[in-house]
Design a binder for this molecule. Sequence first.
Ligand SMILES: O=c1[nH]c(=O)c2nc[nH]c2[nH]1
Ligand SMILES: [Zn+2]
Length: 444
Amino acid sequence: MISGEKLTKVFKGTIIHSIHIHQVELLQNHYIGVSDSGVILFLSDDDKTVQEHLDSHQFQRSDIVDLGRKFIIPGYIDTHAHAPQYHNAGTGTDLPLLKWLEKYTFPVESKFRDLEFAEHVYSKVVDRMLRNGTTTCCYYATIHLDASKLLADIVSRRGQRGFIGKVCMDRHSPDHYIETTDESISNTKEFIRVILEANNPLVQPIITPRFAPSCTNTLMTALGDLAKQHNKVLIQSHLSENLDEIQWVKSLYPDIPTYTHVYHHFGLLNERTIMAHAIHLSEDELKLLKQTQSSISHCPVSNFTLTSGNMDIRKVIQHDIKLALGTDISGGFSPSILQVMRDSIKCSNSCSFVDSAHKALSYEEAFYLATVGGSKVVNMEHKLGNLLPGKEFDAQIIDPFAPNSPFDVFAGDSLKDIFQKYIFLGDDRNISQLYVKGTKINFN
Ligand SMILES: O=c1[nH]c(=O)c2nc[nH]c2[nH]1
Ligand SMILES: [Zn+2]
């Protein structure tokens, strides 16, 4: 038992979570107990053990919540999303990356100098993410210090867990959306200071060079130094998403062997680094990511939409690189990690069309990546990812029988069938309740 914790919630029923990549546990008739500070105190189907927990906390049996036909799963972890781009989600899907950035993305991001506009869009995106079961999100904001602080504030107020990045870009960007090197460095320092001082354990800063082409060497060096100085702060960027982008990086750094080595050169690859996309990597680059313990955020919805390419997920798994999923709003049009899971399976299926040795990703593996995989990528596997005792209760209560559920359950369906139907067909209508660190989220 974890001492000093007061038991405040006990649910009884079906709990579904991952322990290993190949194994989803479907636990029926289990009890899960959560403390006042949001820590899971027990997960058991053993009556005697459960009774001991209840007795030691003077918890009344009548206060146990029976889940009935609902089930509990962990909250989803979105390891790559651009909060300001939510404004454009579902539009501007006709161009590849570099043209898309210029025509749609930089113009909308530049509007976040207006705090009223920022408040409106940021409130919507955080609510939408929560509605879709995302309890933890790695957000890119924009270059604007005040609007980035506002995003952190909104994430904090809504009770979501978030890593918030003030975006850094001091070159190759339009006049209306660029910062000087000094502004980028000093505002990043200030942003980190303010967020750390706010002392909300759920909301953390993340160092965010947009991508190598948009940061000068001086800025990259300074961000590498900052990452060294703040040795708990995560780092996020983009890597090897699009062939023109890779060529561009090659032309900027002819003496550095690969795109991945560029980040390494500036001290930006370590166990706290999350690289989005990483589709077109060579063997040397995969090895470098593994060697530096950096991780990959796989964003297949975006990769399909911006016609960037297919990541070979088996290769990444075989290299034992930390791996999770990202919506990449709005390169990806959907805020739902369920949609990303489905597209990660489709992406892997399509790899198997051209490579018969490629074993397609299963839905169990996709679910693992959305939960446990995410927890490893944000270096919080000791606290998040599944519902084992000692972890924090970030969880969704899923109702497969919700009156407006987008799928049907038939008499012969097993629990496994129902879970699989939810993964392939479910959506926010199936979320009955959402918890972050034991606190129930009120949907707006
Ligand atoms: O998908 C992407 N979205 C972005 O906003 C971006 N910026 C650099 N590279 C990027 N890729
Ligand atoms: Zn992105």
